[in-house]
Design a protein around this ligand. Structure first.
Ligand code: ZN
Length: 170
């Protein structure tokens, strides 16, 4: 696990601009242009990690800018939980990983790259992936991946959005 937590710590250290929160409105708009946002729900959304630990590394994030997990509302917790489970389902279908790590880093000492706006990590794991990463390096992984990952996953989330809407209007 040590390696994994170290990798999570690095996400968004190179945050685009220091003065905007990449998970809040303006940041989200930029991420949308970069084709990183897969799903926007009522209280929270799903975004592809720009600095993935593995292909398919996603984050589930509340719209509200907060860092205290105990301040999340029931609705936020419920929707984020649904989105984590749905993301696992979609990743299993599309990428067939061998396992998952689901987790949250709280506070800089806890390893959060963006400590002021909490977020769940959904990291698919593939047998031997640490060796794989060490061999090819992170930068290479990024450059081969994000567009393909977006193309692969976006239709699945669009379908999910359709199902969720239908369920609500019933
Ligand atoms: Zn924020």
């Amino acid at each position: 696990m040590d390696n994994l937590w170290a990798a999570w710590r690095s996400d968004f250290i190179l945050s685009d601009k220091e003065d905007i929160c990449i998970f809040c409105e303006e940041g989200r708009r930029l991420k949308k242009q970069q084709r990183l946002i897969l799903y926007e729900g009522e209280t929270s959304f799903v975004i592809i990690n720009l600095y993935p630990y593995n292909p398919g590394h996603l984050m589930v994030v509340p719209y509200r800018h907060l860092h205290d997990v105990e301040k999340l509302t029931d609705e936020e917790n419920r929707e984020m939980n649904d989105l984590i489970i749905e993301s696992i389902r979609i990743l299993k279908r599309r990428f067939k990983p061998h396992g998952f790590n689901i987790g949250m880093n709280l506070g800089a000492t806890g390893g959060a790259g963006i400590e002021y706006h909490l977020h769940w990590h959904v990291v698919p794991r593939y047998t031997g992936d640490i060796n794989f990463l060490a061999a090819i390096g992170k930068t290479k992984l990024q450059s081969i991946g994000l567009d393909i990952i977006y193309e692969e996953l976006k239709p699945e989330y669009d379908q999910y959005a359709g199902r969720t809407k239908r369920a609500k209007s019933r």
